[in-house]
Design a protein around this ligand. Structure first.
Ligand code: ZN
Length: 198
């Protein structure tokens, strides 16, 4: 049994490897901070967590505790085993990117897309696309009429969400870079990955 902790500084990303059976805890250290999470099969880099397949097969916008996240071929890659947060997480939005910030008049702004590319490059991994992530703590459940409004992350300091990894993976987590209201409550803060091996 061992525990590894990796801090993801504000407006940045980190990639770490983990193995089947590990528990991955993502902790919102200071509260109200969204994280973009990707899982990529360590043995077959063409298999990554697909939010589309997960929504489809789970028939939910986000899995319940005990349900699986699937890869893009429909096979389970992780299980949601605990949610010690208000339970607001998004699987509809892409990572924030240059064009989003440029539409707000912000040029050369840090963003989750570029941070994903940098984090994967740091471990020698290069994917043909940047998949849509699991946006942990992102508070943007659709309204009844289909409107999508992003609210401030409801997570408080120390809140966490826990995944059990169902195969060897590369975990990529970015601490989302949106520093204007409301997503991260106007302030970008770090996240913690805690990987607990059996
Ligand atoms: Zn972001």
């Amino acid at each position: 049994m061992g525990i590894r902790s990796v801090t993801v500084p504000a407006q940045s990303g980190r990639a770490v490897d983990a193995v089947e059976g590990d528990l991955l805890h993502i902790v919102d250290l200071d509260g109200h901070q969204v994280g973009d999470l990707w899982l990529i099969d360590a043995k077959d880099h063409t298999r990554w967590l697909s939010v589309g397949h997960t929504r489809d097969r789970g028939e939910r916008l986000f899995p319940l505790v005990g349900q699986h996240f699937l890869d893009r071929f429909g096979d389970p890659i992780a299980e949601l085993v605990a949610d010690d947060s208000p339970g607001k997480h998004d699987m509809l939005f892409p990572p924030c990117d240059r064009s989003l910030y440029e539409s707000e008049g912000l040029v050369d702004h840090p963003n989750c897309y570029d941070n994903f590319v940098s984090a994967t490059a740091s471990v020698g991994l290069r994917l043909p696309v940047v998949p849509d992530p699991v946006n942990v703590f992102q508070n943007s459940a659709p309204e009844a009429d289909g409107t999508l409004i992003v609210g401030t992350a409801a997570s408080e300091p120390g809140d966490s969400i826990t995944f059990r990894l169902m195969r060897d993976v590369i975990v990529v987590l970015t601490a989302c870079s949106v520093d204007y209201w409301p997503t991260n409550n106007m302030e970008c803060t770090p996240l913690l990955m805690r990987i607990e091996s059996a």
